[in-house]
Design a protein around this ligand. Structure first.
Ligand code: ATP
Ligand code: MG
Ligand code: MG
Length: 288
């Protein structure tokens, strides 16, 4: 679902657009800034990122503010410099739950009928014979199965939502899994504009080389974070990292390369593996 925010900034000719998350989580701020419902994890990450070489690739962060007794993280609205922008949210990584969430899901295991039903609704062939007999599944199994529906498990990223300049929106990418499907969606997003694709590709290659050097990135498990793609008719196209609600510091001296496949205990998130795949896909969409 796409949320068309009720607020329209004075300096903008379009309503602010939110492609994921809960509708009540965001508020308009002043001076092209945005308020996102407070989350301590995100506060810590954004603060650290302001002192890391990744700073140009994340929204500027201005601390915690209160409005109507609710705390918010105050950050730059990345759409502010665009005119009728096209926007895409790509959730990065080969899994979208934290290792600790999986451990928690394993405590006091019980069969979940609700999750079984959700699974059957999406894919009647997914449950095993045993699960079918029990009419229930365990939560860890459900969490891992869900990642295999989209391209998360196979490509290390998935498209969460796309809003095009013409106003059309699509957040129905839960089963967009194969390379060809992803290419189709990306091609639609840029409306076949090769120049925009080139600028995105260049920005992603730049980001990759900065990620490979970043102290912050090396020392954090980055899960559920997205790349926000924004372009408009002027030809301006940029990509930022957003959503650090599930980005957690690693216990020292552990570091990640973000490419090694995840096995339990290594905390690898597949972020750079996903970025490699995304860069590769965009490259093959350009005429050689
Ligand atoms: P979820 O965890 O379900 O992905 P969330 O509540 O953590 O959601 P985000 O993912 O941070 O929220 O943001 C949701 C959407 O809001 C993004 O897809 C994007 O469209 C928009 N958004 C978030 N941060 C910004 C920003 N700084 N500038 C412009 N748009 C933003
Ligand atoms: Mg998000
Ligand atoms: Mg989030």
């Amino acid at each position: 679902m796409v949320h068309w925010s009720p607020f329209v900034s004075l300096n903008k000719r379009y309503p602010w657009v939110q492609l994921a998350g809960h509708a009540g989580n965001f508020q308009a701020g002043e001076y092209g800034r945005l308020l996102k419902r407070y989350c301590e994890c995100e506060q810590l990450c954004l603060s650290k990122l302001m002192g890391d070489i990744l700073r140009p690739y994340v929204p500027g962060y201005y601390g915690v503010v209160q409005r109507d007794e609710q705390d918010y993280n105050l950050m730059d609205d990345l759409l502010a410099d665009f005119d009728s922008p096209s926007i895409m949210d790509c959730k990065m990584g080969s899994r979208t739950y934290l290792a600790e969430e999986l451990l928690k899901a394993r405590e006091r295991p019980r069969l979940r009928r609700d999750m079984y039903e959700k699974m059957v609704a999406v894919d009647p062939g997914a449950p095993t014979d045993q699960e079918r007999a029990q009419q229930g599944i365990l939560k860890p199994r459900y969490m891992q199965w869900r990642e295999t529906l989209s391209s998360t498990a196979t490509l290390g990223f998935r498209i969460e939502g796309i809003k095009r300049a013409d106003g059309t929106c699509n957040t129905n990418f839960k089963k967009t899994k194969h390379r060809e499907q992803v290419m189709q969606a990306l091609g639609d997003f840029v409306d076949g504009n090769i120049q925009i694709l080139k600028v995105y590709l260049q920005r992603l290659e730049e980001l990759r080389s900065v990620l490979e050097k970043s102290q912050f990135f090396r020392t954090h498990e980055v899960v559920g974070s997205s790349l926000l793609f924004v372009h408009d008719a002027s030809g301006q196209a940029r990509v930022w990292m957003i959503d650090f609600g599930k980005t957690v510091p690693l216990p020292a001296p552990l570091t990640l390369d973000h490419r090694t496949p995840w096995i339990e205990g290594n905390c690898e998130d597949g972020y750079l593996w996903g970025l490699d795949n995304l860069i590769d896909i965009l490259s093959t969409m350009l005429p050689s």
